[in-house]
Ligand binder design. Structure first.
Ligand SMILES: [Zn+2]
Length: 203
């Protein structure tokens, strides 16, 4: 079982969903929580390949020099994570997005947008966060969550894994569009074993 963002599966298909999935289980049994330090948050962004090494080292040094600020950023990231979870869980349930969660995500994204700079990216340019302040990690995930909301009419719905006790969110990028599990190797195979056992009992 995963113990932190360093060894968790990244199966959300989108960075905002991978942030929501930093709780190992969300139904019945809650946890363990895989996001317990600022370092965990930074490692997640690194594993998603969304920050360059120089900026990551810079933030790491900042967090070491100001542990209080790092703790405050972590707390805010956890609040954002829960809002993202509730927003996209309600999408899966066919309910409207909770207003309080929408405004939290909007607020953090707006702060992030104020820090974005125009950066050269391959052939063109794009708005990019320079990652020169710890709080930009949270703002970054908020911007990603907003992108997901804005693209609602051009993508498939976010789904919640149907595995027992799981609650992980994902976007199904598969051709068939019939993905049911956060991962075929974990929740998918548990469900297959369970089905097999109940069939055996029925004989
Ligand atoms: Zn699952």
């Amino acid at each position: 079982m995963a113990t932190s963002t360093a060894d968790m599966r990244l199966s959300g298909g989108h960075p905002a969903l991978d942030l929501a999935n930093t709780v190992d289980s969300r139904r019945g049994r809650w946890g363990p929580d895989l996001l317990r330090s600022f370092e965990d948050l930074l490692v997640l962004v690194e594993r998603l390949d969304l920050i360059d090494q120089q900026a990551a080292s810079h933030l790491r040094r900042q967090a070491e020099n100001d542990p209080q600020k790092a703790a405050a950023v972590l707390e805010d990231a956890l609040a954002l994570r829960e809002s993202i979870y509730r927003l996209f869980r309600s999408e899966d349930a066919g309910e409207s997005y909770p207003v309080a969660d929408l405004s939290l995500v909007e607020d953090r994204a707006r702060r992030g947008r104020a820090h974005q700079v125009l950066a050269a990216t391959g052939a063109g340019y794009s708005w990019t966060l320079p990652f020169d302040d710890l709080s930009q990690l949270t703002q970054f995930f908020a911007i990603k969550a907003v992108e997901l909301l804005i693209g609602r009419d051009r993508r498939r719905s976010v789904r919640e894994c149907k595995g027992d006790n799981c609650g992980w969110l994902f976007i199904d990028h598969s051709k068939s569009g019939r993905r049911m599990w956060c991962s075929d190797a974990s929740c998918g195979s548990h469900a297959r074993i369970k089905r097999f056992r109940s069939r055996m009992k029925g004989v």
